[in-house]
Design a protein around this ligand. Structure first.
Ligand code: GDP
Length: 588
């Protein structure tokens, strides 16, 4: 029989929505739970064994469980989440997306959701701070359903309304969600669990659902089986007194032993070394001993450990490592790391923006988001912004793509000047959401501006009626009252009659005695027309059209029809019919 390993859980959410408080609360669960199974502190993580979860959930326990417990990553937030990767995705098997129920969705909630989508990580929404709902009577550590049943009708209504808002927010982003007790199929619907990280209400259900979700989702995909080969992800490299350089890591597969040879991957290449020691935190009661750590011979996934190993100066946080037994193993590992890097870092489209980020995880998330928005990417890579990036961005034909997007990266010296010189825009931010927002806002504004410029330089269609009772002068120039029936009339445009013959040039226009340069649909104005005499070429009661030049007519027909009013559109069609009577290909 295959042994299931402990699922790894991460907590994500907007700042101040309660990530740290929730982790603390789970870590410091009630004494009986601690005694029941010993909640154990790992390096960078906390393990809640099944017996402790059962104790916390004892009033409501109804699942048949085969996983050994849950391992919570101690560092909350999406940065940690994207940083901690493993083969083919995120390190965490499951996530809790925490949302302050009184505040609803915020930028980082949005961002966390996007990241969870990118990594296809199953998650539960914890609607936190229910104790702050006006009128809520807190019941320390109680299951939500029980505490909910004890609240006033109006208070329950308040909570329900907020849950509905959350369901709406999630729906808008493509997730079907509901309060957990109304869900049958947890693989299709996102469960929302109302909790208070402060009073512990709802935490029993949250933990129980996580366990259930882990089993249903992950057992099938085999992600939870302990496999032979030890694999893990580096949290950080640290100097420890008396030990030298060590690295903290989460082991997610297999069993790691002292003496194992390991390969560690990074952007810079692969380092091969061996495990000199494996350390775990010493339980609090043994603290009188000199070291905070105790040495172990081996450890089985999932676990947070400190590894003592030589030659690890070049190891980066977020790198993967793996036990290697032969040179072939090392080659295969190198190949895989390289391939994974190449799969993410791209240099493809001829035309497109340049993206730079701090980690592979955030790069993947950004690329995903840009693809969804339909924005072309010329190059996407990990690292600070260099002059070379500026040159590449500037080589775009379309100004809208002469852009560098930087997430959590620096501009190297001289980059700013270079960008100014080449007309390259640089957007940087520490929040993916606002980075994308600022960029798309700029892009949309820029597009609108262009449209406007185009419209302004194009002669647009127009149709006017001469008013026979307002003939002020018959020639040189003829001055006559007109009504704009459709479209617009500008100074200096030529006019034609419905039979296609020329009817002069508009030299000036007056509305209520003032000179104007453009008249719009419905306006009644006086115009001066050069090149015609009323009584000869014109009677003075005709309908006339603006003689849109062929090149302009082409642009109007292809690109600007949407911008025209209903009347202007039909006037333009009449105009095209006039022009195409003799030449069917005119303006095509
Ligand atoms: P983080 O930034 O997401 O880690 O948020 P914190 O855990 O630091 O919480 C931010 C603030 O909200 C702190 O002052 C917490 O005490 C408070 N807080 C967190 N959870 C709750 C809760 O369930 N109820 C109440 N009333 N306050 C909470």
């Amino acid at each position: 029989m295959k042994v299931l390993r402990t699922p790894i859980v991460a907590v994500l959410g907007h700042v101040d929505h309660g990530k740290t408080t929730l982790l603390d609360r789970i870590r410091r669960s009630n004494v009986t739970a601690r005694e029941a199974g010993g909640i154990t502190q790992h390096i960078g993580a906390t393990e809640i064994p099944l017996s402790a979860i059962k104790e916390i959930c004892k009033d409501i326990w109804n699942v048949n469980v085969v996983i050994p417990g849950l391992l919570f990553i101690d560092t909350p937030g999406h940065k940690a989440f994207t940083n901690l990767r493993r083969r083919g995705g995120a390190l965490a098997d499951l996530a809790i997306l925490i949302v302050d129920i009184n505040e609803g969705f915020k930028p980082q909630t949005e961002e966390a959701l996007m990241i969870l989508k990118t990594f296809k990580t199953p998650f539960i929404v914890a609607a936190n701070k229910i104790d702050k709902i006006p009128g809520w009577q807190s019941n320390e550590g109680m299951p939500f359903m029980k505490s909910y049943a004890m609240q006033d009708e109006v208070v329950r209504q308040r909570l329900d309304n907020r849950i509905y808002e959350l369901i709406g927010e999630l729906y808008q982003r493509g997730f079907s969600a509901d309060r957990f007790d109304r869900i049958r199929d947890f693989t299709r619907n996102v469960a929302i669990v109302p909790i208070s990280a402060l009073t512990g209400e709802g935490i029993p259900e949250l933990l129980m659902l996580l366990v259930g979700l882990a089993q249903r989702y992950l057992e099938k995909s085999l992600r939870l089986h302990v496999e032979g080969k030890a694999r893990g992800t580096v949290l950080e490299v640290k100097e420890e007194k008396g030990l030298g350089l060590t690295f903290d890591a989460i082991l997610y597969d297999g069993t790691l032993r002292v003496g194992d040879r390991i390969a560690i991957g990074g952007v810079e290449g692969v380092i091969v070394t061996h495990v000199r020691g494996i350390l775990r935190p010493r339980p609090a009661k043994e603290m009188r001993l000199e070291s905070r750590f105790k040495s172990v011979e081996s450890v089985t996934a999932a676990a947070g450990i400190k590894v003592v190993a030589p030659d690890i100066e070049g190891v980066l946080a977020g790198s993967e490592f793996e036990v290697v037994e032969s040179d072939e193993d090392i080659k295969a590992f190198e190949q895989r790391i390289k391939q994974e890097y190449q799969e993410i870092a791209i240099e493809t489209d001829e035309e497109g923006v340049v993206i730079k980020t701090d980690t592979l995880g955030s790069l993947e998330a950004l690329i995903n988001e840009f693809r969804e928005l339909g924005i072309p990417i010329k190059k996407a890579d990990v690292g600070d912004i260099t002059k070379k990036d500026v040159v590449e961005a500037s080589a775009n034909r379309d100004e809208l793509n002469r852009v560098i997007i930087g997430f959590n990266v620096k501009l190297l010296p001289g980059v700013e000047e270079e960008a100014a010189k080449y007309g390259v825009r640089i957007f940087t931010d520490q929040i993916i959401y606002s980075l994308i927002d600022n960029f798309t806002q700029w892009r949309d504004e820029e597009k609108r501006l262009r449209e406007r410029q185009k419209i302004e330089s194009i002669i647009m269609p127009g149709k006017i009626q001469l008013l026979k009772n307002y003939i002020f002068r018959r020639s040189k120039p003829a001055v006559v009252g007109v009504k704009v029936l459709a479209g617009e009339l500008r100074k200096d445009v030529k006019l034609i009659k419905p039979d296609g013959t020329p009817a002069g040039v508009v030299r000036s226009m007056q509305k209520s005695g003032e000179n104007i340069s453009v008249a719009r649909e419905g306006d009644e104005i006086a115009i001066a027309i050069d090149g015609v005499t009323i009584g000869r070429q014109l009677e003075g009661d005709e309908v006339l059209y603006v003689d849109v030049p062929e090149r302009h007519a082409k642009v109007v027909e292809r690109e600007l029809m949407e911008t025209l009013s209903e009347n202007a559109r039909s006037a333009f069609r009449e105009f095209l019919d006039i022009k195409r009577k003799d030449n069917p290909f005119w303006g095509k």
